[in-house]
Write a protein that binds this ligand. Sequence first.
Ligand SMILES: Cc1cc2nc3c(=O)[nH]c(=O)nc-3n(C[C@H](O)[C@H](O)[C@H](O)COP(=O)(O)OP(=O)(O)OC[C@H]3O[C@@H](n4cnc5c(N)ncnc54)[C@H](O)[C@@H]3O)c2cc1C
Length: 300
Amino acid sequence: MSDEAISSQAQGLLRREDRPPHNDTGDYDIAIIGAGAVGCAIARELSQYDLKIALLEANPDVGMGTSKASTAIWHTGFDAKPGSLEAKLMRRSYALMDKYLVEANIAHERLGAILIAWNQDQLDALPELLKKAHANGVTDVETISAEEIYKREPHIQKGALGGLFVPGEGILCTFSVPLAMAYQAVENGVELFLNFKVAGLDTSHKERVGLLDQQGNKIFARYIVNAAGLFSDEIHALFGKTSFKVRPRRGQLIVFDKMARSLVNHVVAARADIHHKRRAGQPDRVRKHFARTDGGGFGR
Ligand SMILES: Cc1cc2nc3c(=O)[nH]c(=O)nc-3n(C[C@H](O)[C@H](O)[C@H](O)COP(=O)(O)OP(=O)(O)OC[C@H]3O[C@@H](n4cnc5c(N)ncnc54)[C@H](O)[C@@H]3O)c2cc1C
């Protein structure tokens, strides 16, 4: 990713110098808590407005929370609940990401995904999944035979009964996305505070809130955006709110070395459900989700 490619000019962001000068009172208009993929995207987007913005991150760098550890799959949203907010956002983000990955020169590959049915129940569920994909506007999805699966993925174990092929699914460099967005936000005037773990509030002022870190540093802002990921409920609670609770689950990902890359050609989910929803009678979990990735670029 070159500096030139990720410059905000290349993204068509409204540059700070193109805007009227901000009437700076010393306080921030907006403080965003958390510099993961979500906080960085919000910071980048808001940087186009005449606002003084702080992006606060507890870690020494951006994207060190969940965003650094995703499976790196670039989802179409084909199996979201039709009509749900998730479905709408996934479709919108897919289109935006399609453009952004190219503009910011972020490594990605549209490999297509294959969801494999290993038993009759899963095979019977495929037409319903196909309907769901169509309802979500992902119309290029098709059911494929076991023969077609083994043609596309000769190294998977025997026993596949059929599957669903989703050509739009892909992989992307999960580290670069928050990094590029934070870079552009900062270039466009956002102030990034690393090692700033919001641990307390100062609510003694009208129309502004003080955010304190553990060292006693304080910044004031008129609006706060909670983008603290797994810890967003703790931030919520700091403000006296308890309307949701995050219950993280620990899992395991097996990351193969680059030598294994020729063994798999698509994102392969070993059941008719890519998003880990539990289904009776599925085969062992270890082989459930196999995304071809390679750190540092996906080119052959
Ligand atoms: C195993 C796994 C696999 C996944 N695979 C995929 C996938 O293939 N494709 C996909 O699209 N999504 C995937 N996801 C989901 C995706 O990774 C997350 O939805 C996304 O990274 C969340 O981003 P975020 O910015 O909300 O959270 P985070 O990246 O966690 O960012 C939150 C940030 O807030 C900071 N923070 C927390 N508390 C404070 C505080 N008090 N003060 C200051 N900063 C604070 C944290 O340090 C962190 O950097 C996966 C998730 C997991 C766990």
